[in-house]
Each structure stands twice: as C-alpha cells, then as structure tokens.
Design a protein around this ligand. Structure first.
Ligand code: BTN
Length: 259
C-alpha cells in the first residue's frame, strides 16, 4: 500500500506536520503535543491507527492506506471554539466537493455525508480553559465496499465508492488542510459558519430520534442555532435545544433507507 506523501514544510495551517506509520490514535498524539506546547496548526497524520476513536465512545477503524486519519491542533479563544464543530464539518464537506466533484451534506453535529451515507467522521476534543482543541478527521478516500466493516456497508461510503474512481490521497490531505485553514479564519463570524452549515443540513425538517436521560424521544429537526445547538420540535409542541449527543434519522419503513 502506498503511504501518504504529504507536502513537506509548513502547510496552510501554519504548523508542523507529524506523519507516522502507526499510532494508537492521531487524536491521542495531538493531545500529547498540545499539552507539551506544540504550536497552533500542528497536523498529525498516521497510516494506521491501532485504537482510533469515534464520537460517543465508539471506535473508528479504517483499512491501511485507504483513508485519511489526521488530527489538527488549534489554539483558539473560547468564543471561537464554539463555532469549531460546525466549521470543521463545512470545511471537510467543501474539501470533498473540490476534490471529487461530489455533493456533500452534513448530519448534525458533524458527520459528512455523500449520497446519504457517511464519508467522514469528526472527533473534536477541546480544552477551553487551556484554549486548545484537537480536531480529528477520518475521511474514507479510497476504501472499497468490501473493505468497509460489514455492519457499516448500508450507511457508509468513500469518495472512491461515490465517484466510481480512485482518488488522490495527497490531494485529499491538501484539500482538507486548506479548507480547514480557510474556515479557521472565520470562527469569529459564527453566523457565517452557521449559514454555511444550514446550506448542507441533512436533518432540517426531517423526523429524528434521540436519547436523553435513558429515554428515546422523537421529533422534527428544526435546524441549528448560531451556537451550533440543534432545534427539535416534539410531537407535543415543545421546542427543544440539543447541545450535544447523537440523533438518528428515522428510517423509512418500506426501504430501511434514511427517511
Ligand atoms: C465519528 O464519526 O465518530 C468520529 C470519527 C473520527 C475519527 C478520526 S480518525 C483521526 C482521528 N483520530 C482518532 O482516533 N479519531 C479521529
């Protein structure tokens, strides 16, 4: 498998690049680097993660040499950190579109979808009191259907699967870093970040389900607020704000596809 050969020197984010063959998790290494004083814009990329992590305590696995698994350390003020989850999702969506000519939507808070399936996942681990965050991105670039974990095949995709042709991983790496750098400049305009998110919001107006305090709830997604909270309207007429967590699109009973 051909290893990634990212451009050398200072990238668009202005920090050094740490590119290693194997790590437990690029987020783990980026967090260590954050604590030991690495600069804003440090990028950690790995060919293989032995303990890749996803949101909500899940694991994240990707076949070696097929995906991009990278983490970016950003040093930001707390108000800028608030817009970060939305901005990163928009940046990754734009990068995929620029690279592969696909159309991307975003499932709150920050899953990037192509053709109704997840192509990229984002895990942000922030320390607002220490004014840093690690942005972890897993992007399925050249993963084939056979290489996707069997239980993920109905809901996951890759740029290769979506376009029917292999994609250049170096170009994907550059596109992600460039678009991230661009959106990092706009974090002090949360309404612009939210507007870009809304233009891709796959949940808007759709029937969704979520779990809170151990109970399952259903309602209709009513879009996001500028601070990134998801608005939901419950069947008994309440308007709720979901600040974090996981929501699920209700599946259409006839096909099992997202509704
Ligand atoms: C999710 O959708 O649950 C988020 C997945 C995030 C995966 C990436 S891969 C690079 C970085 N390192 C990790 O351990 N996780 C993130």
């Amino acid at each position: 498998m051909k290893p990634l050969a990212p451009r050398t020197g200072t990238g668009a984010l202005g920090g050094p690049l740490v590119h290693l063959d194997t790590l437990t998790s690029t987020n783990d290494r980026a967090r260590e680097l954050a604590v030991t004083g690495a600069p804003h814009g440090t990028v950690v990329a790995a060919e293989r993660q032995t303990a890749g992590r996803g949101r909500q305590g899940r694991t994240w696995s990707a076949p070696q040499g097929r995906a991009l698994t990278l983490s970016v350390l950003v040093r930001l003020e707390p108000p800028e950190l608030e817009a970060l989850p939305l901005a990163v999702a928009v940046a990754v969506a734009e990068a995929c579109e620029a690279l592969a000519g696909v159309e991307c939507t975003i499932k709150w808070p920050n899953d990037v979808w192509v053709d109704g399936r997840k192509v990229a996942g984002i895990l942000i681990e922030a320390r607002p009191t220490e004014r840093w965050a690690v942005i972890g991105i897993g992007l399925n670039v050249n993963t084939t259907t056979d290489e996707l974990e069997e239980e993920l095949r109905p809901t996951a995709t890759s740029l290769h699967i979506a376009t029917g042709r292999p994609q250049d991983r170096e170009a994907a790496f550059d596109a992600v870093v460039d678009h991230l750098a661009d959106w990092m400049q706009r974090l002090d305009h949360p309404s612009a970040v939210a507007a870009a998110f809304r233009a891709r919001d796959v949940l808007q107006g759709r029937r969704i389900a979520w779990t809170a305090a151990g109970a399952r709830h259903e309602g209709e997604a009513g879009g996001i607020e500028d601070d990134g909270a998801l608005i939901v309207f419950t069947d008994d007429g309440r308007r709720l704000r979901l600040d974090a967590g996981e929501v699920h699109l209700e599946r259409r009973p006839d096909t099992g596809a997202p509704g």
